[in-house]
Every structure is written in C-alpha cells, then in structure tokens.
Design a protein around this ligand. Structure first.
Ligand code: ATP
Length: 461
C-alpha cells in the first residue's frame, strides 16, 4: 500500500470512529482484536445494505426463499461439511522470539510468492529457501494447520452430543433446511434460499479494519439447479452478472470492481469453478464476494451423514435428483467498507476543503438534513420542524439548527447525507424549500411534493 492510500485508509478509519460508524469492540477495556461495534450511523448503513440485498434477491424474485437458521448447530453438521477437518484450516507460523502468530500464506504472498493450495511442507520449504522471517525480523516456526472454528459446549450435555461451534458461514444452515423449504413451499428447481446472519472465524491475523474480523456478517445464497453437466456454467455466469448489477445499484460501479477466477487446480476437489468479485480497496484489490459452483457436494454429504434423503422430485422431468448449487457468498462488513471507500472524497467548494462521502442515496444512513435558516425565528423553526416530522415517518432524517448553514451542510456531507433541505422566509410564503445536492452542492427551489418525489426516486423506497 503506498503512502497516499495508507493515508486514505487511516482517514476512513478515523472518520468512521469520529462520526459514529464503527468503534473498536470492547474499546474501554483495551479492545478485543478482530471485533468491531457499529455505532448509530454504522448500524443504519449496515441495515440499509442488508435491506437492499433482501429486497433485490428475496422479495424481488419469484424463485428465492428467505431463511434464518440458528447460529448454533449440531456438531455433526460441521463434520459432514468438512469444516472440523483440514478443509477449514489456515496455515499458521509463529515468530520464534515473540510467539506472535501469522498466516503463513499471507507472509508468503507479501514476500511475492504464490501461496494458494500449498502443503505445509511446501510452505516450510519456501520459507527456508527464501529466508522469510516474521514482520519483526525473527525466524519463523514450521507451519501447522489451524482450524478457524470457535468451539464451545452446550452446558448440560456431556460427551460429543454437547459439542457445538459458532458457525463460520451461514451456508450450512441453508443446506440442512433444504428439505424443509422444499416441503413447505411450492418450490421448483431452479430456486434459491437466501440467508443473512452472523458468522465467526478465529482468524489468525484479523486486519485491514473491518475487512477481516473474527465476527462478521454474511449474505449468502444457495441457488439450486438441475444436475445436468452443461448448464451450471450458464447459471454461474448469470449470478456473477446479477451480483455486479446489484453492486452498481448501491454505488459500486464497474470501475471499482474486478473478477478473479480461481485456477482449476487450486479448487476444492468437489468445486466446479469459483470466481471472486474483487474491490479495489486502498490496501489492494481484494475479494468482496466469492461465487462458487459447488456441484451437489454439500447436499450429498449431509444426506450421507444424516441418513435423510435430500433429493428433489422434478415434476417436469418425472425424476428424482440431488440438485447442484451455485453459491454467491458476500460479507456485509466488506460491502460496508467497500461502499465507504468508494464514497470517500476530498474536494474543494468555494475555496474550502471538504470531506464528503458520496454514498448512494439508497444506502446513506441519513437521507436528509432539515435546516431552519435561523433558529431565533419561531415561524421558521415551526415550519422546518413540521417538514422534518413528516419526512421522519418514512426516512432517517436529521434536524439541525446549530451553526451557520454552510457548516451544517459540511457536517452532513461528511456522513454522506444526500439531501440538504433549508427552510427560509420564502418557504413561509409559498411552501417551497431549498434543496441542496451533496455532490454538486447545486441548490434548487422545490415544492414539498417535488422534494418528496425527488427523494423517493433516488432512495428507491
Ligand atoms: P479468505 O481466503 O480471505 O480467508 P475465504 O475465501 O475463505 O476468505 P469465503 O469463505 O469465500 O472467504 O467467505 C465468503 C465471504 O465472506 C467473503 O467473500 C467475505 O466477504 C466474507 N468473509 C469471509 N471471512 C471474513 C472475515 N474474516 N471478515 C469479514 N468478512 C469475511
């Protein structure tokens, strides 16, 4: 990361804290690494992202069904999915002097080596041959596998029955409910099940702010398709394109995004293909979402381990099969960070520097600021207050009387509020207000009806 980008990331982190988007978890106790708390504006932005996603992919489609499965699941789920085994481990190395732990593949990548899919022996050989040391300059221990699941126990249950994990992904909750959804809806393949919820991974090195943390949220879909060999590629591509359209609708347009196709020889044995949609973060272009074609591996695993058939009877084809699946898997927190990074802008207005978050109105945490021109004029206050109350019934809007109007605009710019509404003396005569555009700072006079229709159109609800 060059200095400018580094600086940009520091500024974003500090803005997020100062304006109440994101705080360090357990901050007054010195924090808990890899955890973050969302403040008043952060939770509003986060909820907007999840709502936009749900509206587009569940409410907006006939072929999708929502689900909210438990975070705690029977331990056997994770045996069947492969998560308790080597399949869900990252290679760990220790600084032999300080005991600090690092992800070996990240250290290799930082030193310019290919690091995906290597065995522990191969990792050790690269470390030795290239004299790779820890970030503190000390020798590294041999690599070992480190499982990323947090394990716990159900209090009153002894033995293996009491073994539980905090789920490391929401996807398995979907697979184990496949039959329930099929049996209770009038479901026809192809169809998808969507879920939003918390996931936990004991990441060895949480880093880059909320990009990689130990507790995060996912928005996942399992899209079930017929098992024919010649169709999955089309569905896979369709999902990549559909997701890019959705990203554009929340302000992450093509210039911010990339695609990274996982090479076939690095895929898990059951996977057909995996394409990451990447985002150009200030710390580099990194995975935002993974879109995998997983064959029927997961359903077959659960069918075998549970002894319960997880087949679908296809009325049209008059046959039973275990469907294959396309899995678009997106982190809410990464989307949050991408949206804020894409929106973060410094520009100059009338010779004065300002920081503005050019957030899409759909996701902006506060939609409008309502400002009476002066606070010591009761008729202005009353008119502005009544407009504020009216807008507040539909949207998160903010009422601000303190300071010069320019300063009030700047405070709203910094948190990405798209509409600035000023009530002045003309408003008392003809009911119009001044509507200021956050990005261009252009102002126009509009009636209340015009104001609401402009807001509706841009916010989309
Ligand atoms: P990596 O290889 O970077 O550890 P992964 O490829 O294992 O991650 P997936 O299992 O594909 O990640 O997870 C799906 C999505 O969940 C990711 O694209 C990301 O948006 C999100 N995600 C995964 N791990 C984390 C994390 N530790 N913190 C925040 N988001 C995460």
């Amino acid at each position: 990361m060059n200095e400018k980008e580094n600086n940009k990331m520091d500024k974003i982190v500090s803005l997020c804290k100062r304006r109440g988007f994101v705080f360090q978890g357990s901050e007054i106790y010195g924090g808990l690494r890899g955890t973050w708390d969302l403040g008043p504006l952060g939770v509003a932005l986060n909820n907007n992202l999840k709502r936009e996603w749900w509206k587009m992919f569940v409410d907006g489609r006939e072929d999708m069904y929502g689900l909210d499965a438990s975070i705690l699941m029977n331990g056997k789920v994770w045996d069947a999915s492969g998560h308790t085994g080597a399949g869900f481990c990252d290679p760990l190395v220790e600084d032999t002097e300080t005991g600090e732990r690092y992800r070996a593949d990240h250290l290799l990548k930082d030193a310019g080596h290919e690091a995906d899919g290597l065995s522990l022996e191969e990792i050790d050989a690269i470390i030795v041959d290239n004299k790779i040391v820890s970030p503190n300059g000390n020798p590294l221990s041999p690599a070992r596998q480190f499982n990323l699941m947090f394990e716990s126990r159900i209090g009153a249950t002894a033995g293996d029955e009491g073994r539980v994990y905090l789920r490391p992904e929401t996807a398995q909750g979907i697979f184990v409910n496949f039959k329930n959804v099929v049996d209770t809806g009038r479901v026809k393949v192809p169809f998808g099940i969507a879920q939003v919820g918390k996931a936990f991974r004991n990441e060895i090195t949480p880093r880059n702010f909320i990009f990689r943390s130990r507790e995060f949220e996912q928005m996942e879909i399992e899209y079930f398709i017929p098992p024919d060999e010649d169709i999955w590629e089309r569905y896979h591509r369709e999902w990549i394109d559909t997701r890019k359209d959705w990203f554009a609708s929340i302000g992450l347009t093509a210039e911010h995004l990339g695609e990274e196709v996982h090479p076939r020889d690095k895929l898990a044995h059951y996977a057909r293909a995996c394409t990451d949609i990447t985002f150009k973060f200030p710390f580099g272009e990194q995975e935002l979402e993974g879109i995998a074609a997983r064959g029927n591996y997961d359903l077959i695993q659960h069918q075998e381990a549970s002894g319960k058939p997880l087949e679908f009877f296809d009325e049209g084809r008059k046959e039973k099969y275990v469907p294959h699946v396309i899995e678009p898997s997106l982190g809410v927190d990464r989307t949050f960070l991408a949206v804020v990074c894409a929106a973060y802008t410094k520009d100059e207005i009338d010779g004065e520097q300002r920081t503005v978050l050019k957030l899409h109105p759909r996701v902006a945490p506060v939609k409008a600021g309502v400002f009476p021109l002066m606070k010591n004029k009761p008729e202005l206050m009353e008119k502005a207050r009544s407009l504020y109350e009216k807008l507040r019934r539909r949207w998160n809007v903010f009422f601000d009387v303190s300071g010069a109007i320019g300063r009030r605009y700047r405070r709203m710019d910094e948190i990405g509020t798209p509409f600035g509404i000023t009530v002045d003396f003309d408003s008392l005569d003809d009911g119009t207000v001044t509507l200021r555009d956050r990005d261009t700072t252009k102002q126009q006079r509009v009636s209340e009806e015009e104001l609401i229709s402009i807001m509706e159109e841009q916010i989309g609800w």
